[in-house]
Design a protein around this ligand. Structure first.
Ligand code: GDP
Ligand code: IMO
Ligand code: MG
Length: 422
């Protein structure tokens, strides 16, 4: 497991933060490879809860070095707030955090354009963190990178050039007031002073570490079904959370990846718009939300809740090449008499052979369910797989079999000690 990718295998919020924290006890380096401050990764240590947006969740283990790869889009305001918060909690960041010189910067106009586009008719339900507009500029080859901060002249030129276009757009298309270019230049020059010490040639650093036999955990944000290529487009994020993204987003080549760990929640949640076949719009959905405290870690929005979708996870396992799985929030299902699992979809009277990512078809499918007996017992104090009730083991075996996954880690609560290996 020396170079391992950890991926969210549903629509995000599977409990990646908690599992990264558990696994990073045995890793030397933890690296984020995509997304930005749209992520909200929760780690509970004792009575303290940390929500990490940009900095890898490994920061909470003092011997771990944390790296933000080129695939991540960095909001300076969010980054500095996060560093401050960690330092206030006596968590050392200096010397333990490195940021790729090739990562792109989120600019104030990205956040503004995100919120403007979400106020129109075609809403995605984004987190409002400027993610989409920043990746648009990256792929349009207009983006401003971390490395640009190092050259004041280049930085100013790029900001001025971008602002010319963005202010035109804001004024003429959106009838919005223009942004002050001098103010933005000042802000980003200040940012350079604050983060200069963290900037690194990350591909060189990571590949040297691998050559020296060091272990690296690549921490995915979001989830496979939010992947811009393999997710439920257009209701996705603008990056590649799937395991393939770990290579392009960090500079680690595919033949250096040893293993892929998928994180699945014992049921399903989704935030924002888009089809969700097993969504429960009734009292049972409300019960899952209440017991699972299903509210967004970044935006506080209530998460949509539904039964475990084995057909979806099977697709996710294929796309990501998942070797082993951590199941989280199993404790949340303890109060259900019966638990349903979706094992396939029916469309126009026929059972589908493969998962349809196109939203037209996905929004029309009828889930095929199998109903399992609940265990009606608190499992949050169990210490091992053998202590779990038989019905809980049957549930795990069932989802393992139907989703074609290999469950290795089981999480039965937000705390570190509420985790065991199978
Ligand atoms: P991430 O984005 O994948 O890191 O997940 P989030 O942090 O957004 O959401 C997961 C939530 O579930 C957090 O509040 C965690 O503290 C919590 N959590 C993680 N694992 C478990 C578990 O096994 N049981 C319960 N009840 N809560 C958990
Ligand atoms: P973590 O890493 C759950 C969702 C948003 C929206 C869509 C696009 O905590 O699992 P964006 O702001 O990325 O342009 O929004 O993606 N989304 C997430 N949902 N967990 C996340 O991150 C998410 N990050 C983005 O709700 O539907
Ligand atoms: Mg989250």
């Amino acid at each position: 497991m020396s170079v391992t990718v950890l991926v969210g295998s549903q629509w995000g919020d599977e409990g990646k933060g908690k599992i990264v924290d558990i696994l990073s006890e045995n890793f030397e380096i933890v690296t984020r490879y995509q997304g930005g401050a749209n992520a909200g990764h929760t780690v509970r240590i004792g009575d303290k809860q940390y929500i990490l947006h940009l900095i890898p969740s490994g920061i909470l283990r003092e011997n771990v070095i944390c790296v933000i790869g080129n695939g991540v889009v960095i909001d300076p305001v969010a980054l500095l707030d996060e560093i401050k918060l960690l330092e206030q909690n006596n968590i050392k960041v200096d010397g333990r955090l490195f940021i790729s010189h090739n990562a792109h910067l989120i600019m104030p106009y990205h956040k503004l354009l995100d919120s403007i586009s979400e106020s129109g008719d075609n809403k995605i339900g984004t987190t409002g963190r400027g993610i989409g507009p920043c990746y648009i500029d990256k792929y349009a080859r207009k983006g401003i990178k971390i490395v640009d901060l190092l050259n004041r002249k280049v930085l100013e030129e790029k900001i001025r050039e971008n602002l010319k276009e963005k202010n035109n757009l804001l004024k003429k298309v959106y009838e919005h007031e223009e942004l002050d270019v001098e103010e933005i230049i000042k802000q980003y020059v200040e940012f350079d002073k604050a983060i200069d010490k963290y900037i690194k040639d990350v591909p060189a650093y990571l590949n040297t570490a691998i050559a020296e036999g060091k272990s690296i955990l690549l921490e995915g944000a979001q989830g496979a079904l939010l992947d811009v290529d393999h997710g439920t487009y257009p209701y996705v994020t603008s990056s590649s959370p799937t395991s393939g993204g770990a290579c392009t987003g960090s500079g680690i080549p595919p033949n250096k990846i040893d293993s892929v760990v998928g994180i699945v929640k014992a049921y399903t949640t989704r935030v924002g718009y888009g089809p969700f076949p097993t969504e429960l719009l009734d009292d049972e959905g409300e019960k899952l939300r209440k017991i699972g405290v299903e509210y967004g870690a970044t935006t506080g929005r209530p998460r949509r809740c539904g039964w475990f979708d084995a057909f979806l996870v099977n697709y996710s396992a294929m796309i990501n090449g998942i070797n082993s799985v951590a199941v989280t929030k199993l404790d949340v299902l303890s109060n259900f008499e019966e638990i349903k699992v979706c094992i396939g979809y029916e469309l126009d009277g026929k059972q589908l052979k493969s998962f349809p990512t196109d939203v037209e078809r996905l929004s029309k499918v009828k889930p095929i369910y199998e109903t399992l007996k609940g265990w009606n017992k608190d499992i949050s104090e169990c210490h091992s797989y053998s202590e779990l009730p038989e019905a809980t083991k049957d549930y795990l075996k069932f989802i393992e079999n139907k989703a074609g996954i290999n469950i290795k880690i089981i999480s039965i609560g937000p705390k570190r000690q509420q985790t065991f290996y199978k």
